[in-house]
Design a binder for this molecule. Structure first.
Ligand code: ZN
Length: 273
């Protein structure tokens, strides 16, 4: 089955299993990079964002218990400055996003990882910053990519799919608001954000939107290419967790190079200001 027909089939599955409440939406405007795709959503944004906030609190609490939350003030400041520069550019994709309740924290961990939950709840791991010796431009590339997943509501899309599949197993009803479902949904959000691999389709969208967000914030969008090269080089036989949750097709480098070139005028215009 072609990739396209699998996408159509999954979209239909989501809708068929939820005849009354399914929505087809475009979560974002296309931007300069032209990302456009209809998305099938079974769960509402408010439902998902609420559970994501709950899941995020849990993750931060787990880190705090291990004394691994925001331990290095300079690192935290660096990451938050980059987040603050990236966030205004999200308006190019969705006008509501700059007003989201964004949060950015740094977790001390050897893992090379970063993620952003639905609604803008972000974490960057010290292992990514230190092992890759990232430049600010590269850090902006990672964070732009993760923010893009949140803008496109990939977490909501994947949780919707999980809920639709769960309906066959009768847990879907709970997720649709028929019971005490928020704990279950928070677990699904954690899994799809941190533990399970993203689809290639979601990765391509996040890559393209990510380079535009970096460029609009005045970070060199070409840093996305060197970032993913570095990512591929660390770890030797044990690839970073980030790569296991982010399938890395061979043509990723070419796509990033092409799209970074496309948004260079946006980057250059920020430098003339
Ligand atoms: Zn990703």
């Amino acid at each position: 089955m072609s990739e396209r027909s699998i996408i159509v089939r999954d979209g239909l599955l989501v809708c068929m299993l939820a005849l009354t409440s399914c929505q087809t939406v475009q979560t974002t405007q296309p931007g300069a990079v032209g990302v456009e795709r209809q998305q099938s959503m079974l769960l509402s944004s408010s439902q998902v964002d609420k559970s994501a906030a709950q899941a995020y609190r849990q993750e931060m609490k787990k880190a705090a218990v291990k004394n691994a939350l925001n331990r290095d003030a300079a690192q935290v400041a660096r990451v938050r400055v980059i987040a603050l520069r990236l966030i205004p550019g999200t308006a190019a994709f969705r006008p509501d996003a700059p007003r989201w309740a964004w949060e950015t924290n740094v977790i001390t961990s050897n893992d090379v990882n970063a993620w952003c939950m639905p609604g803008g709840k972000m974490a960057v791991y010290s292992g990514l910053i230190e092992k890759l010796k990232v430049t600010d431009d590269e850090l902006a590339a990672v964070m732009g990519h993760e923010i893009a997943h949140a803008l496109r509501e990939h977490g909501r899309e994947r949780a919707s799919r999980a809920a639709a599949q769960g309906m066959a197993l009768s847990i879907g009803g709970a997720l649709l608001g028929l019971g005490d479902s928020s704990v279950q949904l928070a677990q699904i959000i954690t899994d799809v954000t941190i533990n399970l691999p993203n689809s290639r389709e979601h990765e391509v969208e996040a890559d393209r939107i990510g380079v535009e967000l970096a460029a609009r914030a005045g970070y060199d969008p070409r840093a996305a290419v060197t970032l993913w090269q570095k990512m591929g080089q660390v770890g030797g036989s044990a690839p970073p967790q980030f790569l296991s949750t982010h399938p890395s097709p061979q043509n990723r480098q070419k796509d990033l190079t092409d799209y970074a070139a496309r948004v260079m005028p946006l980057y250059e215009s920020t430098r003339k200001r």
